[in-house]
Design a binder for this molecule. Structure first.
Ligand code: PGA
Length: 256
């Protein structure tokens, strides 16, 4: 059996100034900057990447962005490119978050272009997928997730697939305090693992980390992280404060 290292990623969304972000990172690094049991990532807003990155230096905590454009440069007012992120020592990028899909009109086709650009530029994509409440109630959860995974990964080669991370985030659980039950989450994670097996084969599918996101916090993390196909968490609200974020990293270390 392949042991996948657990992965805890903080998605700060549109929160934290450069100074606040640097301070939060310092607290996180002091507590868990040296541990190697869990892969840890923080994703500040663009404006705090540089200050947060400076305070991560020399630690094992990595730096991620929350979005990027699929072109490398040019007339795209308000956008940021993969080389710009790489220049700030960013290693990962969240793509296709449900807030980007719902509020900013991102389509599967655009997200796919971003995934391919990220990989080509040595950024590891965290591809977010997940159903809305009405889709779940209509019994469409697996169909929606299948479309998002297959469309998002179109054109990704077998050799590139292990660098991809998937985040399953049921939209109804994001920022609502309503966490998916561990059974609900495991069912979808196992389904995604099956899709990856069809796309890339068993060996590669067993290597890809699938994170859960949606109201994950220290109190509910142990049960979620104990599931066979839940390899970590993409954390919103609970990543904005060092205590809860550090406790989530510790929960992941214990779940290993
Ligand atoms: P939440 O957000 O933990 O605040 O629910 C998760 C996410 O949107 O990535």
């Amino acid at each position: 059996m392949i042991l996948r290292k657990k992965f805890i990623a903080g998605n700060w969304k549109m929160n934290k100034t450069p100074a606040d972000g640097a301070a939060l990172v310092s607290e996180i690094v002091t507590e868990i900057g040296r541990q190697t049991d869990v892969d840890v990532l923080v994703c500040p807003p663009f404006t705090a990447l540089e200050s947060a990155g400076r305070n991560l230096e020399g630690s094992n905590v990595k730096l991620g962005a929350q979005n990027m454009h699929f072109e490398l440069n040019g007339a795209f007012t308000g956008e940021v490119s993969a080389p710009m992120l790489r220049d700030l020592f960013v290693t990962h990028v969240i793509l296709g978050h449900s807030e980007r899909r719902a509020l900013f009109g991102e389509t599967d086709a655009m997200i796919n272009q971003k995934v391919l650009t990220a990989i080509k530029n040595q950024l590891r994509p965290i591809l977010c997928v997940g159903e809305t409440l009405s889709e779940r109630e209509a019994g469409d959860t697996l169909k929606v997730v299948q479309t998002q995974v297959e469309a998002g990964l179109e054109g990704v080669g077998k050799d590139q697939a292990p660098s991809v991370i998937i985040a399953y985030e049921p939209v109804w659980a994001i920022g609502t305090g309503k966490v998916a039950t561990s059974d609900q989450a495991q069912e979808v994670h196992a389904f995604i693992r099956g899709l990856l097996t069809k796309l890339f084969g068993e060996t590669i599918a067993q290597k890809v980390r699938i994170l859960y996101g949606g109201s994950m916090k220290p109190s509910n993390a142990p049960e979620l992280l104990a599931q066979k196909d839940i390899d970590g968490g993409l954390i919103g609200g609970a990543s904005l404060e060092s205590r809860s974020f550090v406790d989530l990293v510790k929960a992941a270390a214990d779940a290993k």
